[in-house]
Design a protein around this ligand. Structure first.
Ligand code: ADP
Ligand code: GLC
Length: 466
């Protein structure tokens, strides 16, 4: 963000370099493809008109240019390679592995062209696995990269960038078969995991989960093997972008001391979904990619019970057609209680965080999850399944001690989810208890400052690796 976004990695890529620069301990810059959807007015200047990239796939060499921008608050280099990135979508193409292999080679060429060897190259998810593998190989013969160390972060182990290993020579990895290969397939995630000096993922619990067959997607053995180099660092949230006191997208601004503006936001939200203005009815919201990871099975199974709680249900999302259709049908069935927006809408996401009372995230797995943290910042109470980062960031409300910032359930079962939701709705009607949960959530420190400090420690550790 703000160059491109399909989910949480977009937010992380925007916020982490900025937070790193603010520590004054790291001189960080982002390197990302220039996508067709990127708003060109964010670009400051064209700094390299013709970037020479080592590339042998295809007859003619793809053009690559580099733009510079500081729109995130940290330097960013955007690689403009029309052959691979002038397409309507970000991911999801048959040749994605080739697109990101080219991007990685272009990124390394750019670093050389800039002239100062980086101490750390920090790759994120499988798309960057090619750069991590290339740097490990280069160390022995390329003096420029001799002292560069690598950090590789897993944001979602389920997506691994698999392709036919016969493609490796075309991509310039003829000698890296072993790094990429698993079960007869080339795998860019595996290459990153195998070749990186240090590994991280986006929560402590997920760091443990991915070492088990249930969450390891065939790579748990490698993560167990390298567990001494693997840490979990919970993502932060960008407190400048997600701040109800300054948010330009919402109907009224409010602070943790005075939440009256939140009520104005709730009515505005109900109006924008053509729902009746009934302020005493709680609003349960969901903003997500409508895919199995996000627990849509449970929502489908429990939708009737959810509405029986007396709440409104508002969803912003897009993804699997069957889930989109289910939600449309649910709205037709209960038009005065259900609001659905199918599509991607950043501004509406802010409005929902501000106007909702509860935020539902019943994920099957969740490496970190950002919306539960955005929710807390907006006084919206998360109801989550205890998995990955959701488990690490949400503590169940304990009425007797006044402790806890949300509600969570462990088994992946509709009944368990409904029980948590009913408990939340029950508490909602107790003003003091509710105010307490909201305050506990608002006062949680989920800032990037904390996470950035942990990354700088990790970079230092990587720099001492032989
Ligand atoms: P994931 O990256 O797995 O999708 P996260 O919780 O880390 O999950 O991040 C999701 C991010 O994408 C959040 O910033 C959320 O607000 C945003 N998001 C997801 N779906 C939509 C949508 N349909 N419209 C706007 N923002 C969305
Ligand atoms: C992935 C994960 C999500 C995480 C995000 C940013 O998309 O699914 O849980 O918050 O990456 O790290």
């Amino acid at each position: 963000m703000p160059y491109a976004k399909t989910g949480g990695l977009g937010d992380v890529a925007g916020a982490l370099p900025k937070a790193l620069c603010e520590t004054n301990e790291a001189d960080a810059a982002l390197i990302t493809p220039l996508y067709e959807t990127t708003d060109r007015s964010l670009l400051d200047s064209l700094i390299i008109d013709n970037l020479e990239v080592e590339w042998h796939a295809g007859e003619d060499k793809p053009q690559a240019r580099v733009f510079y921008s500081t729109a995130t608050g940290a330097p960013a280099f955007l690689i403009d390679a029309p052959r691979y990135f002038a397409r309507p979508g970000i991911y999801g193409y048959r040749d994605d592995y080739e697109r990101y292999a080219f991007f990685c080679r272009a990124a390394l060429a750019l670093l050389k062209r800039l002239g100062t060897p980086p101490q750390i190259v920090h790759g994120n998810d499988w798309h960057s696995g090619f750069a991590i593998a290339e740097l490990a190989a280069r160390r022995s013969y390329d003096s420029f990269y001799q002292n560069t160390r690598t950090v590789f972060s897993i944001h979602n182990l389920a997506y691994q960038g698999q392709f036919d290993p016969a493609e490796l020579p075309r991509l310039g990895f003829a000698n890296e078969w072993q790094t990429f290969e698993i079960d007869g397939t080339a795998n860019a995630m595996k290459a990153g995991l195998a070749a990186s000096d240090v590994l991280s993922t986006v929560s402590s619990r997920y760091a443990l989960e991915i070492q088990t067959p249930e969450h390891g997607y065939g790579l748990d053995w490698l993560l167990r093997l390298r567990s001494d180099r693997l840490v979990g660092i919970t993502n932060g949230i960008d407190y400048d972008v997600w701040n109800p006191a300054t948010d330009p997208h919402i109907a009224a601004r409010y602070t943790s001391e005075d939440l009256t503006g939140k009520q104005v936001c709730k009515l505005d939200l109900l109006r924008s979904f053509n729902l009746p203005e009934e302020p005493d009815r709680p609003v349960i919201a969901s903003i997500s990619r409508l895919i199995p990871q996000k627990g849509y099975d449970l929502i489908r199974e429990a939708a009737a019970a959810l509405l029986e709680s007396g709440a409104f249900f508002i969803v912003l999302g897009s993804g699997a057609r069957e889930n989109e259709e289910f939600l449309q049908r649910l709205r037709e069935h209960a038009p005065h209680r259900v609001g659905i927006y199918i599509g991607f809408n950043e501004s509406l996401a802010h409005k929902i965080e501000a106007g909702a009372d509860m935020f539902l995230m019943p994920s099957l797995y969740e490496p970190c999850g950002l919306n539960q943290m955005y929710s807390m910042r907006y006084g919206t109470v998360p109801v989550v399944r205890a998995t990955g980062g959701l488990d690490d960031t949400v503590q169940s409300f304990d009425r007797a001690r006044g402790f806890g910032n949300g509600f969570k359930f462990e088994p992946y079962e509709a009944g368990a989810m409904i029980e948590s939701l009913y408990e939340a709705v029950y508490c909602y009607h107790d003003e003091d208890a509710w105010r307490r949960i909201q305050t506990n959530g608002i006062s949680a420190d989920n800032s990037w400052q904390r996470a950035a400090r942990r990354y700088t420690e990790l970079y230092r550790a990587a720099m001492t690796m032989p």
